[in-house]
Ligand binder design. Structure first.
Ligand code: GTP
Ligand code: MG
Length: 288
């Protein structure tokens, strides 16, 4: 009987966010290290077969890489063995941002003990390994958010609303007196190498403003379909569908602390010159 290799399932961090924000680019950067330069011109006599994921394209399926974060290193590294004994290993899971492909990622968030099934890892084994979800990185395109005609702000906030609402619902789905383990959210304001990109502080306030607008619009929609009955509650159950603290005029990410969901907005970039991805890496390292 072929022995089943003992496999300790590592905790996971989920990359989520709209299409084109840079999730796959970020995963590739963390996997390959800081020297990764996807825009390097490939010489004519050497086709780029050695770099299968360097050119990103719209993701169709989730993919997973195993990484290690070391407490005595401030930047990400590729070599898992060189990372040392103190390094914490985790799985970074990329998800597709296309609206029709989001259901899988979202459905994994509401469970009281969210586990994710890292598809590409389990592909090597017949077993399905469930990994404990430790944190979410919601990647946004700060340059697209700066362009009012792109529709990116509305589209990004719409997805973020779904993600945060799923985590909020999860908080309420506690079994007994035990609160579910919290899943912190990093909103990565990506593409800060582009001079048109919004700085992180503006990404934060723009998103909060748009989430406020969505919240208002949804509460009106819910009230009109349910004829506004009850004690002024949105959608019957108290505040169901209402993101954040009930009754506040303007949504703020701080409100999510009521549901034990920490949200932080941090700027960076995968390509080009800028603050880079170190702060995101460190954020992840503190939470896995
Ligand atoms: P989906 O798979 O469709 O959900 O998108 P994604 O979030 O995985 O986006 P992806 O990583 O494929 O990146 C989309 C595009 O943005 C690619 O052309 C990347 O090269 C580009 N990109 C990613 N990060 C940066 C960045 O920091 N700066 C700039 N200028 N471009 C970036
Ligand atoms: Mg992708």
């Amino acid at each position: 009987f072929s022995a089943t290799t003992p496999y300790t399932t590592l905790p996971s961090v989920l990359l989520i966010g709209p299409s084109g924000a840079g999730k796959t680019a970020l995963l590739t950067l963390f996997e390959r290290g800081p020297l990764y330069t996807p825009d390097q011109p490939t010489s004519a006599d050497k086709p780029s077969v050695s770099t299968p994921v360097a050119r990103t394209h719209t993701s169709q399926v989730p993919s997973t890489v195993e990484l290690a974060v070391s407490p005595d290193s401030t930047t990400f590294r590729t070599d898992l063995d060189a990372a040392g004994a103190t390094a914490k290993k985790f799985l970074l899971v990329d998800t597709p941002g296309h609206p029709k492909l989001r259901g899988h990622a979202l459905s994994q968030l509401s469970a009281s003990s969210p586990t994710i099934t890292p598809s590409t890892i389990s592909a090597t084994s017949s077993e399905t390994h469930k990994s404990k979800l430790k944190a979410l990185v919601f990647v946004t395109d700060a340059a697209a958010l700066a362009d009012p005609d792109s529709g990116a702000l509305a589209a990004t906030a719409e997805y973020l609303y779904e993600v945060l609402l799923a985590l909020q619902r999860r908080f309420h789905s506690r079994s007994g007196s035990r609160a579910p383990a919290s899943v912190p959210v990093l909103v990565a304001a990506n593409k800060l190498d582009l001079f048109t990109a919004l700085p992180a502080a503006l990404v934060k306030s723009h998103l909060e403003g748009e989430l406020t607008r969505i919240r208002k619009a949804r509460s009106k929609g819910l009230l009109s379909t349910e004829e506004g009955e009850g004690e002024g509650a949105v959608g019957g159950e108290e505040g169901e569908g209402w993101l954040g603290a009930y009754g506040t005029e303007r949504f703020s990410f701080k409100e999510m602390m009521e549901f034990d969901v920490e949200v932080e907005v941090v700027g960076g970039n995968v390509l080009g010159e800028g603050p880079g991805a170190d702060k995101w890496w460190n954020w992840i390292g503190e939470r896995v």
